[in-house]
Structures are given as structure tokens and as C-alpha cells.
Design a binder for this molecule. Structure first.
Ligand code: FES
Length: 103
């Protein structure tokens, strides 16, 4: 399976993603610039991404923890998610998202 990640230069990267792993791990594993400082514990908001609107509603719903932590992230928009909280599934094969700025 794969996800399509747009970087800060608008370059789209096809990134392999393993089932049941957080997509943050796939993005980080591909060497793309995502900080993910807390390692996926939902404690930092530095794994912020924008899920493409064409995928809205297909990604797992947000838990309260993620919603609270996302409130700390800069430039939150519709489609904002913490990528460590999205688990890869076959339904998400081809998921399109963009990296969000981290300061
Ligand atoms: S890696 Fe820290 S919240 Fe996702």
C-alpha cells in the first residue's frame, strides 16, 4: 500500500505504508521532513498533516486526545490531522495528504 505525500515544495512523494502502522511512521521512514517529536504518543503535534479533502470522511475519526493536541498546532485547517493517530488500512491505500508547517 502507499500514500501520496505533498512536501513544502509541492512535490508529491509516493510513500510505502504498512497496514496497522501509523502513517507518521511511513512519512518519517521515507525521509520526509516531519518532526514527530514525541514518537507517536499524541503529545507534540509536530506530525501535523493536511488530509486532502477528497479523502475527508474516509480516515478514522479523531479521538479527544488528538483533537486537544491539534489545538496546539500552527495553521490548523479543515483536513488537519496528527499523522501518528491515523492507522494505515487497505481502505486508505492511495491516501493523499500534505505536510503542515512546524515551527
Ligand atoms: S508524533 Fe507527536 S503527536 Fe504525533
Amino acid at each position: 500500500m502507499k500514500i501520496l505525500v505533498t512536501d513544502f515544495d509541492n512535490v508529491v512523494h509516493e510513500v510505502p505504508a504498512e497496514a496497522d502502522w501509523p502513517i507518521m511512521e511511513a512519512i518519517r521512514g521515507a525521509g520526509l521532513p516531519i518532526k514527530a517529536e514525541c514518537g507517536g504518543c499524541c503529545l507534540c503535534a509536530t506530525c501535523h498533516v493536511y488530509v486532502d479533502e477528497s479523502w475527508a470522511g474516509r480516515v478514522q475519526a479523531m479521538e479527544d486526545e488528538e483533537e486537544m493536541m491539534l489545538g496546539e498546532a500552527p495553521e490548523v485547517r479543515p483536513g488537519s490531522r496528527l499523522s501518528c493517530q491515523i492507522r494505515m488500512t487497505p481502505e486508505l491505500d492511495g491516501l493523499m495528504l500534505s505536510l503542515a508547517p512546524v515551527y
